[in-house]
Every structure is written in C-alpha cells, then in structure tokens.
Ligand binder design. Structure first.
Ligand code: SAM
Length: 295
C-alpha cells in the first residue's frame, strides 16, 4: 500500500454500511440534516464532487450530481417502450426524481406516488427541491404516504407502468422484493403493462437480482433486467428489473423509440437516456446475463 493511502484525511467522513467487507466514504463538507424519521435514519450532506448526498440507514440513495442517470432510465425506458402509458404508479421514490421524469411525458394523465416515509418527502421538498423540480405540485400527481406492498395488495386502480424506486432489500424496502408484492403488481398492471424495479449492483448483489428475476419469470410472461452506470452506486453497473406479460415491449425497434422520444419533446433534453442507450441497456454482459440463466 502506498504511504498516501495511510495518511489520515481531515474532515467529517460518512461511510455506506451496506456491506461488511467493503465501503465507500464521502467527505461531508457540510451536514445539512441528520435525524431519525419514523422509518429510517436520514442524513443529508454536501460533498464537493457529488453535491447533496442523501443516505437512508447508511445507504446512499441519491446525489444531486448523478441522480439523472437513474431517474431517466427508471422513467423513460418503460414509458417509451410501452408507447401509450397514461397511468403510472411509482412506489418509493420520495426524493421526487422519478416522478419528475415521469411527468415530463405530457401523455401521462395520472401518476400516483406511494412513499412509506413522509419524512423523506417533506425533507426532499425542502433540501432537494432541484431533484423534484416542481413535480410534487403537478396536478396529475397523487401522493400517498403508505407501504407500497400494502397499496398494491388493496388497490382497485390499474396502471400501465409501475416503477419500484425502492431502497435495498433491508428495513422497510425488504417487502418490495417479495414474490407476493410482485404478484400484486402484476394484478395492478393493465394488460401489457410493464414494471421496472431498483435491483442493485449485480457484481455485489447477485442473489437479490436472481431472486427478483426468478419471481418475475414465475409471475410474468417476460422477466429480465437492464443496466445503467450510476457513479455513486459503485461496484459496477446497476441493474433495473423488468417484468411484463408483453415480451414485445423489450423488442421495440430503436426507430419507434426515437419517434416516441421526439414526440415526447425529450430529444436533446436528457443527459443519459437516449433510444440507443435504451436498446443497449438490455444487452447484458455475460457476468450479469449468466446470472439469469436457468432461473
Ligand atoms: N435511488 C435509490 C436507490 O437506488 O437506493 C432509491 C431512492 S428512494 C429515496 C427510496 C425510497 O423508498 C425511500 O424514500 C424509502 O422511504 C422508500 N421505501 C422503502 N420501503 C418502502 C415501502 N415498503 N413502501 C413505499 N416506499 C418505501
């Protein structure tokens, strides 16, 4: 090890506690908020490189510098593949980034956000307003403070797209990775609808991805994942789960996606998502693709 690696660095350093053998630390140049909500420990700090960083229960959720990657891919990939999504359900996502991208589609008539922790919403509106960018005030939005698993178990509403923008499968987010939850999501989708999920980093969270995709394939006609590279979710590419009874949705030609992207007024207005990136995201490197063999 170089001497440089052993030099103590000044400042208040905050580490992720997701793994017990590796960790990522950020220098917290200014802690803006630190509290325990009804459901989880919440800390927001400023870092010179990543901007404002939100951690819940010691796990990085969002940073203002790179949130666009995740939120654009979570929202535009299913909506543009579907092609006629009018009703969208977002579960989790209390920072408001996913609803911001969903509501950029004028064709979306209604979006319901179900977030378990009111503290995350209140706090994000105040300290992370640039992430939601006014989406909480959109008249097409209904906000429900509730457990997403319970919501889909009880609702009679139907949605064309469901986006599960959850924490990892620990604490309140664990139920959002269960087979019973996915079954209720399948029931809550309109015929031919699509669900996407936050599914972690396959290099370090392979078992979680395999479990989810196994459930998708048991319950839906088509189940896989697509990938994106989010700088703050380290240890390789991130997987987003994909489940639909309409297998054709992931085969939509790039020319069709381009036409829909253009019609949505998004051309040149995204920083990560493009129709070409969309198509490429489903091409899985073998170290991820083989995880999904024989499930
Ligand atoms: N981008 C993030 C990631 O990949 O880790 C996810 C961010 S978003 C802030 C996750 C949200 O899911 C949190 O606000 C958390 O409160 C919410 N959540 C966790 N469990 C939930 C549940 N059972 N129902 C609804 N929301 C839940």
């Amino acid at each position: 090890m170089s001497a440089r690696g052993r030099v103590p660095r000044p400042g208040d350093w905050r580490s992720e506690t997701l793994y017990d053998d590796v960790e990522v630390s950020f220098r917290a140049d200014r802690v803006l908020f630190e509290d325990k909500t009804e459901h989880q420990d919440l800390v927001l700090f400023e870092n010179a490189r990543f901007g404002r960083v939100l951690m819940l229960d010691g796990v990085t959720q969002v940073t203002t510098a790179d949130e666009f990657v995740y939120h654009e891919m979570m929202a535009h990939t299913p909506i543009l593949a579907h092609g006629n999504a009018k009703r969208v359900l977002v579960i989790g996502g209390g920072d408001g980034g996913t609803i911001r991208e969903v509501l950029r589609h004028e064709s979306v008539e209604h979006c319901t956000l179900v977030e378990i922790d009111e503290g995350v919403v209140t706090f994000s509106k105040k300290y992370l307003a640039e992430i939601s960018d006014g989406a909480f005030d959109d008249p097409r939005l209904t906000l429900a403070i509730a457990d997403g698993a319970r919501f889909v178990a009880e609702t009679e509403e139907r949605f064309d797209v469901i986006i599960v923008d959850s924490t990892d499968p620990h604490g309140p987010g664990a139920v959002l990775f269960s087979k019973a939850f996915y079954r209720n999501c399948q029931r809550t989708l309109t015929p031919g609808g699509v669900m996407v999920t936050q599914n972690g980093v396959p290099f370090t969270q392979a078992a979680e991805l395999k479990d989810s995709v196994r459930h998708f394939r048991d319950l839906f006609g088509d189940g896989t994942c697509f990938i994106c590279t989010v700088p703050t979710y380290v240890w390789g590419q991130m997987a987003l789960g994909w489940a639909s009874d309409n297998a054709a949705l992931r085969e939509v030609p790039v020319e069709t996606l381009k036409a829909r992207f253009e019609a949505a007024g998004l051309n040149g207005r995204t920083r990560y998502y493009t129709p070409e990136v969309h198509k490429g995201a489903f091409a899985l490197p073998p170290y991820i693709g083989t995880l999904l063999d024989d499930l």
